[in-house]
Write a protein that binds this ligand. Structure first.
Ligand code: AMP
Ligand code: MG
Length: 430
């Protein structure tokens, strides 16, 4: 077990009192790497149930795909050596080859084969002329105009998609629709995937009411449970949802112990500031280890990260801030990439989009800011972005209007209208 100080010691510029987003992300990546699912934590699933699961082994292709040279078009197959520059070709149609059957005859010189898309190309034939490019000449012949195509045209080569014996999909690949199709094209009916990561979630706060409960003065309904658990489900983890817990150290400790005993990671919201009712940090210190609790970002500045040793195996704790936008933004920017890594998923880094800001964005260097943005195509055809207006960290409706987060980086200052900014688009992130 790698301790948190050991991980921190390997990072340049690590200062838990004032952590920038990039260093926090590197820390979390190192922490997640220390918690990858054990190799025995995998299961075999039918392809139809494996969507969004993570491949546990390198998958070596048992066959060539396609298995034979075949025609890419409906047309006529012939030996391309007969093509000569500046000269047409007249060929006798000597047979027909359909997809799914192998044509058994032999062609003489000056002959061709009527062939359908996907039909196996006989060994001596290497070129297909599409049917719409030939002229029929009587019942038995076709004519091909001069310089219409090159030898080898419209032939799909054996193994051009996947080569037998090569790694078709690597361990750590998340099984998206195309990956499932690719596995099916290899004839595989089942696939070995990592077991699902188990993530426990509960909201904290004396003021928290669950939807359906009668309204009460000074209380707020628990929206974080629904946003964060939905984000977790989109990620494809097993969500262990707990009821909200009040700002009471004993109740919080019991809830943390139970969650840590059931889950690989525990996520809470609320109670991570430094107010009188914010008990999470001292509890984490007692039940495990605190990595950091404050990040130079907005929204989402209070974010507790640490290790809970309350279960049989340690669990990582992410204590999200209570404000609804801050909780979502901290999840998207920091928690989600760490969880993806713990799932065994070798996720590619999220590309940021460049768009021109429609307005001046006030910002001071020294923290990363995530503003809710609406990206659209401007009158000049370029991408532009405007903010949703009120950027308060409690204004959840801004997350609905937005289609992405404008990322104003740590060292960046005020952005003038018309300048380019980077945007993390939601569709890819969530
Ligand atoms: P805290 O981080 O506990 O100081 O909470 C900051 C703000 O977020 C307060 O106004 C809370 O009422 C609000 N808040 C905390 N938890 C939730 C929640 N689960 N759902 C909606 N709002 C919350
Ligand atoms: Mg609170």
């Amino acid at each position: 077990m790698t301790t948190l100080p050991e991980i921190a010691a390997r990072l340049q510029g690590y200062d838990p009192e004032s952590l920038d987003v990039a260093t926090a992300q590197r820390f979390l990546s190192a922490l997640a790497a220390a918690h990858l699912p054990a190799p025995e934590g995998s299961e075999v699933l039918p392809l139809g149930q494996a969507l969004d699961r993570v491949l546990a082994d390198d998958l070596v292709s048992p066959i060539n795909v396609p298995a034979h040279d075949n025609s890419a078009m409906d047309g006529y197959a012939f030996a391309g050596g007969a093509l000569q520059p500046g000269r047409g070709l007249r060929l006798r149609v000597a047979g027909r080859a359909h997809a799914g059957a192998t044509w058994q005859g032999a062609l003489a010189s000056g002959e061709c084969l009527r062939i359908m898309t996907g039909a196996v190309m006989p060994p001596d034939l290497d070129t297909v002329v599409p049917q719409e490019l030939v002229t029929l000449d009587g019942d038995e012949h076709i004519a091909i105009a001069p310089d219409l195509l090159r030898a080898g045209a419209n032939r799909r080569l054996c193994g051009e998609d996947l080569q037998q014996g090569a790694v078709a999909l690597a361990r750590g690949e998340r099984l998206a629709p195309a990956a499932l199709g690719l596995l099916a094209s290899l004839g595989l009916a089942e696939v070995r995937v990592f077991r699902r990561l188990r993530v426990a979630y509960f909201s904290t706060g004396d003021e928290i009411l669950s939807p359906g409960e009668a309204p009460r003065t000074a209380a707020v309904y628990d929206s974080n449970r629904y946003t964060i658990c939905a984000l977790l489900r989109r990620l494809g983890v097993d969500v262990i949802e707990g009821a909200p817990v009040g700002d009471d150290p004993a109740l919080l400790e019991a809830a943390l112990r139970r969650a840590a005993s059931e889950a690989d990671a525990v996520i809470t919201s609320g109670g991570v500031s430094t107010g009188d009712a914010d008990h999470l940090r001292p509890l984490l210190q007692r039940l495990g280890e605190v990595a950091f609790w404050r990040i130079a970002m907005r929204p989402g500045r209070p974010l507790a990260v640490g290790r809970l040793d309350a279960g049989a195996r340690p669990a990582i704790l992410f204590g999200l801030p209570g404000n609804p936008v801050a909780a979502m933004v901290a999840f998207i920017a920091l928690v989600r990439p760490a969880l993806a890594q713990m799932m065994g998923w070798r996720a590619r880094p999220q590309p940021l989009l460049q768009a021109h800001s429609c307005e001046t964005l006030r910002k001071r260097p020294g923290r990363t800011e995530y503003q809710r943005g609406i990206v659209s195509t401007g009158p000049d055809g370029r991408l532009q972005v405007r903010t949703t207006g009120n950027q308060g960290s409690g204004v959840l409706s801004s997350m609905l209007q937005a289609n992405g987060l404008i990322v104003l980086h740590h060292d960046q200052g005020t952005v003038q209208a018309g300048e380019a900014v980077e945007v993390l688009m939601f569709d890819a992130a969530i």
